[in-house]
Design a protein around this ligand. Sequence first.
Ligand SMILES: Cc1cc2nc3c(=O)[nH]c(=O)nc-3n(C[C@H](O)[C@H](O)[C@H](O)COP(=O)(O)OP(=O)(O)OC[C@H]3O[C@@H](n4cnc5c(N)ncnc54)[C@H](O)[C@@H]3O)c2cc1C
Length: 436
Amino acid sequence: MAETEYPASWYAATRDGAFVRPCLSASVRADVAVVGGGFAGLHTARLLAERRLSVVLVERRRIGWGASGRNGGFVGAGYALRSGALIERLGVDHARRLYAQSQRGVAIVHEAVKEMARADIVMGWGRLTVSRTDQGADFAQRTRALAEKLGATFEPWDTERVRGLLATRRYHQALHDAQGFHIHPLNFALALAADIERRGVRVHEGSEARALERQGIEWRLRTAMGEVTARHVVLAGNADLGRVHRLAGAVLPVATYVAVTGKLGPQLDAAIRWHGAIGDTRRAGDYYRIVDGDRLLWGGRITTDTREPRRLRAMMRADILAVYPQLGDVAIEYAWPGLMGYALHKMPQVGEIEPGLWACTAFGGHGVAQTAAGADAVAAGIAREDDRWRLFAPFGTGWAGGALGRAATQLVYWRLQASDWWDEKRQARNAETLRS
Ligand SMILES: Cc1cc2nc3c(=O)[nH]c(=O)nc-3n(C[C@H](O)[C@H](O)[C@H](O)COP(=O)(O)OP(=O)(O)OC[C@H]3O[C@@H](n4cnc5c(N)ncnc54)[C@H](O)[C@@H]3O)c2cc1C
């Protein structure tokens, strides 16, 4: 039985109306079958439909039910694997081309919103990545050098400028990217679904892909009550692909959380005088933005324990007050969890993994624009226009290690979180000593 209600969130409470789409209950044919109704599947279907290919998309629950309908809504270039690490691993030229593909993802999201004439989906402009430790006198120079290497549009902001806009002593310098923006992600997913249907894509909710087998040069994809025969199949199931393909074992589910406060009135504006998307550089950093005029949408924390914490609202409230204690008695009206899908190498898994079988998944915590970047490469590959998807080839689709992989990843997170915490404490102590 299809789940018809979205999990409670501010996005679900403010979403557009959408009818429940019928489950797949027949044997159908298409050029391409897409598994997953999140951004990765929706963009892939849209870009294939633009190329006049016939597409059937199957979604286990509802459109945007997974990470795509629950995330922070930040749209910006780059990947979950940081750009410095990307350059170290692949060299400047390859890293620059991958970065350019992520910028293309940002542009695709922006163009889609414009083409659908949905001005209300974009909720604010600019993306600020703040540091909680002093980055030193050469920060601006290093930032500009990195931006130049990558072909990026971010620029350095000094501590004074950051603190002039964000009333907290926690922050030092920041990277500002004027090309970034933030959106209502669930409404964007729903708008994309309506748009692809207008372009002839058949969308089925309540339709879990359960088995996949090769039949000559085609693939047969089975759901509980139907099947699709297609020359190409795109697996875009993120953290929860299930048993349809072994790719599920290459993607680790990692939980993160979002909360939305009640209406805070002018005190919010006094604390946060900038209406773009703000995040800090820590591994399990905070990310937040103002929505609905004077509510604070706040995301943070990561863990491989996928159970929802019992005291989630209290935890999120404490995180907000640790940065903006002046907000005082903030009421949390909504708090919800979401699952990100990570490969061990932290890069997306994009490309043809067997003839006609494509992966477009594992975007981790950087997926709102990157899913469009991956979908763009996959659609061009299926249409045999180019093989840009090979840019992602150095990052394989290897097994993520199951329970052992989860435990090892959690240990790494704890180590990184401890080192972020220690860096902050050490700097604060040094500053104290200098003052006294
Ligand atoms: C709380 C949270 C905050 C985040 N914040 C940001 C942010 O601010 N900016 C950013 O860039 N990224 C962010 N991310 C990451 C981003 O949301 C994801 O990377 C992106 O949405 C992934 O899209 P997707 O389509 O791959 O996955 P999903 O949106 O999870 O979609 C996958 C879909 O596939 C379906 N499915 C799975 N298996 C099957 C099957 N066998 N048959 C049929 N259907 C199947 C699922 O039901 C699901 O609906 C965040 C993620 C979370 C969880």
